[in-house]
Design a protein around this ligand. Structure first.
Ligand SMILES: [Zn+2]
Length: 326
């Protein structure tokens, strides 16, 4: 079993979002990867540029970042040939590692656009080294760029950043600094291949929280009526919990709730909504054990949001009233 550390460079519509092809907002220009053995030693590398066919003109910002001339792509092969060779280089059993969650999404989108069969299984587990760097060295929340992590760990900067192979190489070097068990236990789940129908839902338990990925729903109302989503068992003892504050819309349009387990105390539930490519939605629910101080913060958040809504309603009533008086 090897680790494939993958990095992609991509192009986008040079004429802005209005001109973009919806099925492929980012067209891959380069695949770079290093292969690590089970002890995370570098054993091989893959790098190839790709000739863009959807957006043949390179966006000026991408041009600036990648520092490549348009001629660099003209003689390159097209995506289907390069992708096919890349996956045969990967081999059938590999763990994928990336810096951030977007590379695997864009890779799968490009495969779909070109009508290629995806070699990835469902669910697709992978290692997001950017997230793991934050868990191991920082506060679990911050997301740093690759160069920050390279500097932080004192890795020699002998290659250009923003080249797919160099970035994959640096990500591999960062992995060498992290204990392997810290990488393995903090695996991520790819959302591009999310559950579609009931029975495909994904539930995983991490050290400090649990994650549930729902099937698809037509809208938020339908989602919030689904008891498998809204009822939260304690992820530490699997017992039922008592709901102290029912689900409410909190900051950043996520839903929050507060429950209590007899044995493990307060649990905070959070639901985020994600759009599916077919216009439906699916939900990511996380449940986390929290202190009583943080439980108070949830109830404060609920009070503040209620108050804001009340004031907004009052303003609206006043405006209507004024309008009628005129
Ligand atoms: Zn419990």
């Amino acid at each position: 079993m090897n680790y494939i550390v993958l990095d992609l460079e991509w192009n986008q519509s040079p004429d802005g979002k209005e001109q973009e092809t919806l099925q492929i907002p980012f067209e891959i220009l380069q695949i770079g990867a290093v292969k690590l053995d089970r002890d995370l030693n570098l054993i091989d590398q893959f790098c190839e540029r790709i000739r863009p066919v959807v957006y043949p003109e390179i966006h000026y910002k991408i041009q600036e970042i990648l520092q490549l001339a348009p001629e660099d792509y003209q003689n390159a092969r097209e995506f289907p040939q390069v992708a096919k060779d890349f996956f045969s280089w990967c081999g059938p059993y590999s763990y994928f590692c990336t810096w951030g969650p977007s590379d695997l999404t864009e890779l799968q989108r490009n495969l779909k656009y070109h009508g290629m069969k995806s070699p990835f299984s469902f669910p697709l587990f992978f290692y997001d080294i950017q997230k793991i760097f934050s868990i191991v060295y920082e506060d679990r929340k911050k997301r740093r760029n690759l160069e920050f992590a390279v500097d932080y760990l004192g890795i020699p900067k002998d290659q250009h950043f923003h080249d797919a192979l160099s970035d994959a190489y640096y990500t591999g070097m960062i992995m060498k600094h992290i204990r392997k068990r810290d990488i393995l236990k903090n695996y991520s789940i790819d959302y591009y291949q999310h559950p579609k129908k009931s029975g495909e839902e994904i539930y995983v338990i991490y050290e400090t929280y649990s994650k549930y990925i729902s099937a698809e729903f037509d809208n938020r109302i339908a989602a919030m009526q689904n008891r498998s989503l809204t009822q939260i068992p304690c992820y530490l003892c699997h017992q039922n919990t008592v709901q102290e504050i029912p689900w409410f819309v909190g900051s950043s349009k996520s839903y929050y709730c507060l429950s209590r387990c007899k044995e493990h105390g307060y649990l905070r539930g959070k639901i985020r909504f994600k759009k599916s490519e077919n216009g439906k939605i699916f939900c990511i629910r996380t449940v986390k054990q929290i202190s009583s101080e943080n439980a108070c913060k949830i109830s404060e958040m609920q009070r503040t949001i209620r108050e804001k809504k009340r004031l907004k309603r009052r303003e609206e009533t006043m405006v209507t009233h004024k309008f009628h008086s005129v």
